[in-house]
Design a protein around this ligand. Sequence first.
Ligand code: PLP
Length: 485
Amino acid sequence: MGLTSLNQQLLSKIATNDEHGENSPYFDGWKAYDNDPFHLTKNPNGVIQMGLAENQLCFDLIKEWIEKNPTASICTTEGSMAFKDIANFQDYHGLPEFRNAVAKFMGRVRGGRVKFDPNRIVMSGGATGANETIMFCLADPGDAFLVPSPYYPAFVRDLRWRTGVQIIPVTCESSNNFQITIEALEEAYNKAIEANIRVKGLIITNPSNPLGTILDKDTLKSLVNFINERNIHLVCDEIYAATIFRPPHFTSISEVIQDMDSNDDLIHIVYSLSKDMGFPGFRVGIVYSYNDEVVSCARKMSSFGLVSSQTQYLLAAMLSDDDFVGRFLDESSRRLECRHKIFTEGLKEMGIDCLNSNAGLFCWMDLRPLLKEPTIDAEMALWRVIINDVKLNVSPGSSFYCAEAGWFRVCFANMDDDTVEIALQRIRKFVTKKEGEVATVKKKRCPMNLRLSFSSRIYDDGLRSPHMSSPHSPHPHSPLVRARN
Ligand SMILES: Cc1ncc(COP(=O)(O)O)c(C=O)c1O
């Protein structure tokens, strides 16, 4: 008997099914990166990691705050007085000062136009845990959620894998800049109903990963009407809320429902500090529901993914420092804007367009003109050339379940200025196919002193590379989901 079928008898269905989503073709790209990671001085010809949606542009500000506030940590001489109490704390409601600080921060990130109730803040292990928790609260195995595509690839894991919930893609197209339309929603919804599938809700990511676009107030209102008419839920993953780097400002669903006659019991927000603060390693996820029963149930479930009290304690102090938060948010947007501009203008000079966007840690690059034919096979062929020859690990649109071939997500906030320049040079060389032109790429920098080596930063926000977690790990490299944050 083969090992797999033996395991299928010995282990659970979840343990032996394929639904985690890590069997993706990106294995090769990640292997290429793992085997040959770029380093400015130690490995200048290595693969540059542009598949990682991490916000590394403001660590100097965080470091400075930590140095100035040694009592915020329980592991410093100045802060160790609090060690015993905090290390003992285990209430799944969370430290009150943490919930207060997070609620205040969430309001501030949303322009102060809306207030969040600390009593509705439920903790989870990142937005990953928050998305799964909300699915466990709202749906049963076999039920479905509508998800506009292209969407965050790890939704297949977070929404589906352990919950048994189905994802029904709602196709968005480049012809209208991938905007969600009510017609597309209706079509997906009606098809599901015809197929006897119970649709429990719609989940949107606003700002969008991978598009970097935001939803305007009218669209959000129409989505609220759509779900109200059908009495289904609306889950809004707002993990990129503070990554807006130029107008228009971000409108949260919380702001929209304030002025609407909506059943708020159907509205739920997923949040995290992984992107806005750049803390994916802290695993701070939030479920914020307007439905009392969901708050209560999610809180009970949160026992499986609490944020450590040490992290809560530190963040309570940091996020309560209004001056710091204000400066951080302003500077983070400024640096993101600058980086986005350098990257997209660099591409533009080479004739490569990106979808117009004003948020996120990435751009949605249009390489349709470079495809041999408009197919996913051609997209994958081009992607392999980009990985193997150009030596950039970018993510093909098909990994985001994009219906149209030729789009690629390229992350730009997980590296230093020099690396961005080298990435642009490599793309130019590839596009022009003339080595001599490489030297003509002008040096452009944000006015900041950023020198980050990311040779050791090869994890995504959700999953560590198994082989990195343990040198003895029996698992193969996990391309997915390292590529797919
Ligand atoms: C849309 C979206 N939701 C959730 C997550 C998971 O975030 P976290 O690191 O907080 O688990 C990500 C990470 O990339 C994401 O892009």
